[in-house]
Design a protein around this ligand. Structure first.
Ligand code: SF4
Length: 333
């Protein structure tokens, strides 16, 4: 890896894949990405890494009271609920780790870099770009050709095998693992959802779907790698002045951090007949922007009461009911 390499992590690739305008706005500091992992998530992951580290070196864990004492050092502002969640994460991972053979551990988050145990994997993608990501736990599989990844999720999102298979994160990890382990033909991935106390089944990723073979016509087989190349090249051009493309779509726009400044929502097409596709796409971004603005106003109303519109009307006040009532229904005969 040269000094001039650009190290791009998985989150960066994923953002550019989701919508280049949003990724560009975040990278240039025009908007803040509030979706970065929460403090509790970071602390929980660090605690989980520590638990794996201890298990790897000693085959066991520290005493319950010692662990609780460590957790007692959490920032007070996180509150009792966060403390409880992190504690629960740590205890469930301890249970899970006891089912493992510690000699099967190959890499883990926070593992010793010098001994090649770090969960951080990288691949030189070309164009002075190094693609990286950190794997929570990588272990040997049931055969020489198989490796297994276990990922901890500290939130309350439910993960399924279908979601794992389609996830950018795990496809990216599979690609990194196949590049770093030449003999590995199959990566099995599972997700451990601590808060929900659930573990998914293993999901299989095959080398042939990620790494180009020597045989002819291997272009399709390496499509994920070409795809990453494309993302890295697009990012390079945009960061050097090219206009960032926009990809309006309900889910993307719904959680987009840059929607406030998105050109599709700010300067939408006005003439549907001229360009219906453009009009429809812009409308998607506008609707999602309006939903966010309405939600913000509703929060304000909830905290401060209705907003006086100055002409006798107010926003956020329930209009009087227009439903007709009949005295006899209330027993008033
Ligand atoms: S609102 Fe939609 S189109 Fe606009 S930047 Fe965000 S994701 Fe992209």
């Amino acid at each position: 890896m040269s000094d001039t390499s650009h190290i791009l992590d998985r989150t960066t690739f994923e953002r550019w894949d989701t919508c280049p305008f949003m990724a560009w706005a975040i990278e240039t500091g025009l908007v803040v990405d509030e979706s970065d992992p929460s403090t509790t998530g970071i602390i929980a992951h660090a605690g989980l890494a520590e638990a794996v580290n201890e298990f790897y070196h000693t085959g066991t864990f520290t005493d319950v009271t010692v662990m609780d004492a460590c957790l007692g050092g959490l920032p007070p502002h996180l509150g009792e609920a966060a403390w409880h969640n992190i504690r629960r994460d740590l205890w469930s991972i301890r249970e899970e780790l006891h089912t493992l053979n510690r000699n099967s551990i190959l890499r883990y988050q926070g593992g010793d870099k010098k001994r090649g145990m770090s969960g951080q994997l990288g691949v030189e993608l070309g164009g002075a770009v190094v693609a990286t990501s950190e794997i929570d736990l990588l272990t040997a599989g049931t055969t020489k050709e198989e490796l297994q990844e276990t990922d901890w999720k500290t939130g309350r999102t439910e993960w399924t095998t279908t979601k794992i298979k389609q996830s950018f994160q795990f496809r990216f990890h599979a690609w990194l693992v196949f590049h770093n382990y030449e003999g590995c033909e199959k990566l099995q991935v599972r997700v451990w959802m601590h808060q929900l106390r659930k573990l998914t089944l293993w999901v299989t990723f095959l080398r042939e779907d990620f790494i180009a073979g020597k045989e002819k016509n291997s272009a399709n087989r390496a499509s994920f790698e070409y795809y990453l190349h494309g993302i890295a090249q697009l990012r390079h051009r945009v960061m050097n002045g090219e206009k960032p493309p926009t990809f309006p779509e309900e889910v993307r726009c719904g959680w987009c951090r840059a929607i406030r400044i998105c050109p599709r929502a700010r300067w939408p097409a006005r003439n549907v007949a001229k360009n219906p596709k453009r009009f429809a796409e812009d409308l998607i971004a506008r609707i999602e922007k309006l939903k966010k603005e309405r939600a913000a106003l509703n929060v304000h109303v909830k905290a401060n009461g209705p907003v006086d519109l100055g002409d006798g009307r107010s926003y956020g006040e329930k209009p009087p009911s227009t439903r007709q009532t009949f005295g006899y229904l209330g027993g008033d005969r």
